[in-house]
Design a protein. Structure first.
Length: 378
């Protein structure tokens, strides 16, 4: 195991980090007019149908949260967020059935695209003017075109006997869209291992599909840092919410021979399952930060690190056991932001290395709840 005193020395020196989508050929259109200073942006909802959510922005030096920065109607009751280029894409899940696109600097709404009634959008991958949206209430993926709002369905019903493969995440890699599907039965239990579909972003054609090692991909794709473990995509899997003997953070190899590529770290090693993953890298140091829900502590979320070079899980969580974390993001200034949903006092907390910079959570206007509601960028 890595000694905690060495961790503090190592990470107090970190000045560079990756945000929600790493720089490079993945999901990175030109023209990013981001602000000069880092900011974290969080979306949250109260999960009450028809009620508005909130988007708030955290600035640094000094720490300050501006609440309700998005226009009315931009954020729904169950949102998630991705940053692509100079834009923020808010996926309004459950009854929202749309994707709102905002300028990442001004938060002005640039477009709001419907994914169709009852579609229950889950995530978004962007390729030019096309948005690929895995949608729980459909037979696979809804493709929405910016400028026209035209919707096209990509049928993945053959992956699941009930015709609804329960696709939860999508990510764009070099002209291909990778889609993860849960394959749940009528009782919302996995029928077997999850399934990955690979879609040609230009033609919408399904190029291939293959089985994952584990059941129930739960969460969304994140790309490993370039040059680390082949730069695979990773996604948490949770075959059981009561037994951590199975499941892991599973790797998906992209490129000419896409396939499931084993595990980064198992749920057994974690003693729970991962709600959110973010990466921090400088030189030879690559850390996979995770918000982990422990099975033996009433699913209380904590922040823990994993050294990708040495394949070692840190011996203890960074966060206090009194915190109930649901989300995390790494900022370009080297800090790690987390969302704490503790009932009595909740909001954003900031860590530098293994030391918390905040003395109390910074309120965002609603209790945080989304597992991918937080991004950080400059």
């Amino acid at each position: 195991m890595i000694r905690s005193d060495l961790l503090l020395v190592t990470f107090s020196a970190l000045l560079a980090a990756c945000g929600d989508n790493l720089a490079g050929p993945r999901d990175a259109p030109a023209g990013d007019a981001s602000p000069a200073k880092p900011r974290a942006v969080i979306v949250a909802g109260n999960f009450m149908p028809g009620e508005a959510g909130v988007m708030s922005s955290l600035s640094f030096d000094p720490l300050n949260v501006d609440q309700h920065v998005a226009p009315n109607g931009a954020v729904g009751s169950d949102p998630m967020i991705r940053k692509v280029g100079g834009e923020l894409f808010v996926v309004n899940r459950a009854d929202g059935n749309n994707v709102t696109i905002l300028d990442a600097v001004t938060f002005a709404v640039k477009d709001q695209l419907s994914t169709g009634p009852g579609s229950n959008a889950q995530d978004v991958a962007v390729a030019g003017d096309k948005l690929f949206v895995p949608a729980f209430g459909t037979a696979g993926v809804v493709v929405v075109t910016r400028g026209t709002g035209t919707r096209t369905a990509i049928d993945l019903s053959a992956l699941d006997p009930d015709g609804q493969p329960n696709c939860v995440s999508a990510y764009h890699v070099d002209g291909e869209i990778y889609v993860a599907c849960e394959l749940l039965d009528a009782q919302f239990k996995p029928r077997g291992p999850g399934r990955i579909a690979v879609i040609d972003a230009a033609t919408n054609a399904v190029k291939t599909s293959f089985a994952m090692v584990n059941e129930n991909p739960f969460g969304v794709f994140e790309p490993l840092p370039e040059g680390v473990l082949g730069g695979d995509l990773v996604i948490p899997t949770v075959p059981s919410f009561s037994d951590f003997a199975t499941g892991c953070v599973e790797r998906i190899q992209t490129g000419d021979a896409p396939k499931s590529n084993g595990c980064v770290v198992t749920n057994a090693a974690l003693g729970g399952y991962v709600a959110r993953i973010a990466f921090q890298r400088q030189g030879a140091t690559s850390i996979q930060w995770m918000v982990i829900n422990k099975f033996d502590t009433a699913a209380r979320g904590n922040l823990q690190g994993y050294d990708l070079e040495t394949s070692q899980l840190w011996s203890t969580p960074v966060s206090s056991p009194t915190q109930v974390l649901v989300d995390t993001a790494v900022c370009p200034n080297g800090v790690v932001v987390v969302a704490d949903q503790t009932m009595a006092s909740n909001g954003l907390r900031v860590y530098e290395g293994t030391v918390e910079r905040t003395t109390a959570p910074l309120p965002i206007g609603l209790r945080p709840g989304s597992s991918h509601g937080l991004v950080c960028y400059e």
